[in-house]
Design a protein around this ligand. Structure first.
Ligand SMILES: *[C@@H]1O[C@H](CO)[C@@H](O)[C@H](O)[C@H]1NC(C)=O
Ligand SMILES: *[C@@H]1O[C@H](CO)[C@@H](O)[C@H](O)[C@H]1NC(C)=O
Ligand SMILES: *[C@@H]1O[C@H](CO)[C@@H](O)[C@H](O)[C@H]1NC(C)=O
Length: 441
């Protein structure tokens, strides 16, 4: 044998050996995995033999919900087949409360893994779960709460191609679909799919950058406010001919310069291509969102409450913003008070209570044109030399109102000397808009 062919032989046999070794390792690993799954299922069987989940014990565990929702209502809850798409901060809270509340069958779909930075908002994950699939993590924890539940998991990305299989496959007849997806395109596809197939669906808006528990709200998609995610979804669904009929959980909390904000992506990073490294999948979460851990949980609990009560037929009547009128009334009082503070005899204000919403929300977008602040707001006359009218009232904070009265309305300083050209311009712009709208009022 020549030197050349010897070398070839060595190379060839090494290749065969390596391939064989790789196969062997695979084989062993698979065996081990199968063993592991066999032994877990054995363990499950054993534990369920040792501790049978008698109906009596299940009813004891769910006793408070039975007391609340009645046998009839609980029958309905326990017979639910709910599909949850998206098992992050919101989804994990939904799943946990549905299972704790007696829902009998839950299918959970998510392609992603539990990350360390998601522990600030996850309902059940702990450090040991980091790096494992989100759906398996939920299943493990949920079965420790209610072992009699049927929990199915799909560690896959939901998209239109996989839609039928993931939502309806394996004899699933969903009674509700819960959308906790954070990607706009996928979300829109899922919602459109559900509407077309007449599957009842509830959707979660965005909990990022939100902090005010009192503004969390569930309403029809056509009526959401201050939620950029819900807004994009609404616009895209409209293009596909869907304008209403989907309940959405969202927060109507307004953005404010003092609050956490969605910063635009750094141009330089985009060019460097670093953005992709931030994304766990292309087009997904290309930025790190500021999220207060409590908020996704509250969204999730709001959705779970909505589901459980509507399924059980429990009477819930949402307030639809009745509280706002208290706030509007205080705006009017403050404006009337100002009349006397600046020495006007007539304290009447030529604005009706229900017109305050128009001034605050439509004209001034719920914020002060002086600071952009959206809290502690009130109204003030603007130009002291002019009468009160829709084109002479400005939304501002209480502090700004005090200062405005002291310097302009009582102190006689000129607006130009107190405010920057930018602020003056913004106020004039608002007045102009009001003038335009007023033709149609
Ligand atoms: C769906 O499948 C089609 C054809 O099989 C493919 O062209 C398309 O890219 C797939 N879409 C997604 C979102 O996977
Ligand atoms: C909830 O949404 C409804 C409908 O958009 C609205 O009337 C109400 O003011 C909102 N409530 C809060 C607390 O934002
Ligand atoms: C308020 O927001 C506008 C843009 O909407 C911006 O031009 C202005 O500088 C902001 N003012 C302050 C005080 O933050």
């Amino acid at each position: 044998m020549g030197c050349h062919s010897k070398l070839l032989l060595v190379v060839a046999s090494t290749a065969v050996l390596t391939a064989g070794l790789v196969e062997l390792v695979h084989y062993c690993l698979e065996e081990k995995n199968q063993d592991a799954s066999k032994s877990t299922s054995k363990r499950e069987v054993r534990s369920s033999v040792a501790k049978p989940h008698s109906e009596e014990l299940i009813r004891e565990q769910l006793a408070r919900n039975y007391a609340f929702l009645s046998d009839d209502g609980m029958d309905k809850v326990r017979n639910q087949n709910i599909v949850l798409v998206g098992a992050g901060g919101v989804g994990s809270a939904v799943a946990t409360m549905l299972i704790r509340s007696g829902v009998g069958k839950l299918r959970i779909i998510d392609f992603d893994q539990v990350s360390l930075s998601s522990l600030n908002r996850h309902a059940v994950a702990n450090l040991k779960d980091v790096g494992t699939s989100k759906v398996e993590c939920l299943k493990t924890h949920l079965l420790q709460i209610a072992p009699w539940c049927q929990i199915e998991t799909y560690n896959e990305l939901w998209n239109l191609n996989s839609s039928d299989r993931l939502l309806l496959g394996d004899n699933m007849e969903p009674t509700y679909i819960v959308d906790c997806i954070d990607n706009i395109d996928t979300k829109v596809d899922l919602l459109e799919y559900c509407v077309n197939k007449k599957l009842p669906v509830i959707s979660s808006g965005g909990a990022a950058c939100k902090s005010d528990p009192t503004r969390i709200n569930i309403t029809d998609i056509s009526k959401t406010e201050e939620d950029p995610l819900a807004k994009s979804v609404r616009i895209r669904l409209k293009k596909r001919g869907i304008v209403s009929g989907i309940p959405v959980c969202f927060s109507a909390e307004k953005p404010d310069p003092r609050k956490a904000q969605l910063l635009p992506l750094d141009e330089a990073e985009m060019l460097k291509g670093d953005v992709d490294q931030l994304a766990s999948l292309q087009n997904f979460r290309v930025r790190i969102l500021p999220v207060l851990g409590t908020m996704p949980g509250m969204f999730g609990l709001a959705i779970a409450s909505y589901l459980i009560t509507s399924i059980a037929g429990y009477p819930v009547e949402s307030i639809e913003g009745k509280n706002r009128y208290k706030m509007y009334d205080s705006f009017l009082q403050s404006l009337a008070g100002q009349q006397s503070r600046i020495g006007k005899e007539d304290q009447r204000v030529p604005i009706a209570l229900n017109e305050i919403a128009y001034v605050l929300e439509e004209i001034f977008r719920g914020k002060s044109p002086i600071s952009n602040y959206s809290t502690r707001l009130t109204l003030s006359r603007w130009d002291g030399s002019k009468e009160l009218s829709f084109q002479n009232i400005v939304v501002m904070t209480k502090e700004e109102q005090q200062n405005h009265e002291k310097r302009c309305l009582n102190g006689g300083e000129r607006l130009e000397d107190v405010y920057s050209a930018e602020v003056l311009e913004r106020v004039e712009k608002r007045f102009k808009e009001e003038k335009f709208y007023s033709q149609f009022r």
